[in-house]
Design a protein around this ligand. Structure first.
Ligand code: PSV
Ligand code: MN
Length: 429
């Protein structure tokens, strides 16, 4: 099994130690002068973690092509091994999120043992009623071409619900506590179906699912404006998602996938609203230029990511609320593991930038209706190069000061290719 040797991380860290500590000391002294506590930032970064989606460990593609990189995880066990490699480097990826039936373990107890032996747990489990796969369609008894939970035929809705209940049972066996439902349901053509009838069918189905969940479980509903439904998606925006969650029951919450908003949507304001009514469930982090591009988190709109962290800290009274934080990306060009390392670090950086904002001074400036001063205070946080503190938080927990360089030094991809083959393919879209 390819793995990242902790001794290699130590050796790589030692090579960088002198320079790293000089940078940490300089930043710490600067922050203290500005009344921020560097130790508080380090411990808050160390406490943050983000789950890895099992479907993003292999190369992604578009409908125009896919260019596999070699050594991709062939099984869910190998996806767990890759997650353990990421976690060894970042000290921030201790959980994997499975997508069923792309992940379809015969032996959940054995899979759980495999994960536990590598220090990995299970995040939200995801159902799939957007493809006609044998396992989720009752062995081909139904088709989701015209919808799943929104379908006009009750027999299709029943099979879709049964699939979700099966995913729930798998999640229970694995020790997960959340089920994420993203539906492709909608229409491509005006007049194709009734908005209202489709919505009411989905709402009824989600309420049944909610009723079947154990008390400590959360139902996460994920909206998306378009694709594959190009005229109207049933769960199209955060308002629809909130209505569905409210209808489903008290333990239903909304997932905010950063790529699932129409251009220029003020996502940080959406986050604030959902948190205010206690229906913010978590995130699928990624970044985008045009649509649901699934690019590296923080690579296109890092300021937006920082502003989202600001809202989360406000919602949590200075701390990050306990939500389902996950990455959801597609890696067409980069080594998927390198992309996930960069994404995890981008989240750590955005959080640290938000943590160094002088919140009290910001609130005073807001109350005094002084937007110029508020801007100075906000940008002072955003423009702080917090990377030394982020690296220090990782180093103190056994992680790497430099993520991608250490990953490359470990030759992980070559080890994976040697063991799994140059043509090993992962499951997913
Ligand atoms: C849909 O685009 C989505 O964001 C949902 O989270 C899916 O489950 C995931 O991507 C996987 O394709
Ligand atoms: Mn998503």
């Amino acid at each position: 099994m390819p793995r990242i040797d902790p001794e290699l991380i130590d050796r790589e860290n030692d090579r960088r130690a002198a320079d790293h500590h000089r940078r940490v000391d300089h930043l710490a002294a600067t922050l203290e002068r500005g009344r921020s506590d560097p130790e508080h930032v380090i411990s808050a970064i160390a406490a943050f973690d983000v789950a890895i989606p099992s479907w993003a460990l292999g190369t992604g593609g578009t409908r125009f092509g896919r260019f596999p990189i070699g050594g991709e995880p062939r099984t869910t066990e190998e996806k767990i091994d890759d997650t353990a490699a990421l976690h060894a480097l970042t000290a921030a990826n201790p959980r994997i999120s499975l997508h069923v039936p792309w992940d379809d373990p015969d032996d959940p107890a054995g899979l759980r043992e495999h994960a536990e032996a590598r220090g990995i747990g299970f995040d939200a489990v995801n159902s799939n009623t957007f493809q006609d796969l044998p396992r989720s369609t009752g062995d081909g008894a139904v088709s989701y071409k015209f919808g799943s939970m929104a379908h006009s035929d009750p027999a299709v809705r029943e099979v879709a619900l049964a699939h979700n209940l099966e995913v729930l049972q798998l999640g229970i066996a694995l020790g997960s506590t959340a089920l994420t439902v993203w539906l492709a349901d909608g229409t491509n053509h005006p007049g194709q179906a009734s908005f209202r009838a489709q919505f009411e069918r989905v709402a009824a189905c989600l309420a049944e699912l909610h009723a079947a969940m154990p008390d400590d479980w959360t139902l996460l509903v994920e909206h998306k404006p378009y694709e594959p439904a190009f005229y109207a998606s049933v769960n199209t925006d955060w308002g629809s998602s909130l209505l569905l969650a409210q209808h489903a029951g008290p333990r239903a919450r909304c997932i905010v996938d950063l790529g699932h908003h129409l251009p220029n949507t003020n996502i940080e304001q959406v986050v604030s609203r959902l948190a205010m009514v206690e229906r913010l469930g978590g995130f699928h982090f990624n970044d985008s230029k045009y649509g649901d591009d699934d690019l590296t988190t923080g690579s296109i709109k890092p300021f937006q990511l920082f502003l989202i962290m600001m809202e989360l800290l406000e919602a949590g009274g200075g701390r990050l609320p306990d939500l389902a934080y996950m990455i959801d990306q597609s890696h067409n060009l980069k080594d998927p593991l390198e992309d996930l390392l960069q994404s995890t670090e981008a989240l750590q950086i955005a959080l640290a930038q938000a943590l160094v904002v002088d919140r009290e001074a910001l609130v005073d400036a807001q109350d005094a209706n002084d937007p110029a001063l508020a801007g100075e205070i906000l940008m002072a946080g955003y423009r702080t190069d917090v990377r030394p503190l982020v690296a220090e938080a990782r180093r103190r927990h056994g992680g790497a000061i430099e993520l991608v360089a250490t990953y490359r030094a470990a030759e992980y991809r070559n080890l994976a290719i040697a063991e799994r083959g140059a043509d090993a393919r992962s499951t997913g879209l």
